[in-house]
Design a binder for this molecule. Sequence first.
Ligand SMILES: [Fe+2]
Ligand SMILES: [Fe+2]
Length: 139
Amino acid sequence: MAHEELEWSDKFSTDIVSLDQQHEELIYLSQSLLDTLSDDCAPLPKKQTAFKNLVDHALGHFDYEERIMRNIHYPDYEHHLSEHDDLRKEIGKISESILHGEDVADWKGLVSLVQVWVLRHIVASDTKIREYLRQADMP
Ligand SMILES: [Fe+2]
Ligand SMILES: [Fe+2]
């Protein structure tokens, strides 16, 4: 299964070190999941573990990021929260089938979900936190 490499880049920075570290970790775990899924010889428990690692970190991260946004009075909080909630729902749906058995269609859906949720969300939405912080700092 071919996929683009996911790699951390400074252009994803939110200007908040702890958030950036979590994003970097999520990108690393996503890449590691995609690598595991690409390996036809990888046994199901290995795929499940790689998936669970990413999900656990992602869910913890959403809560953390929401706390930060509330603390800095982020104006687009409600909209961002609804994006996280959509991702939580998708993760919940896909988790159920993946952690309870093998379904090839689900693994394929998972690859695109990972790409959408990790990269697109960080690039399109999380980096807006940086824009807000930089604007708020202006005299
Ligand atoms: Fe986010
Ligand atoms: Fe994030």
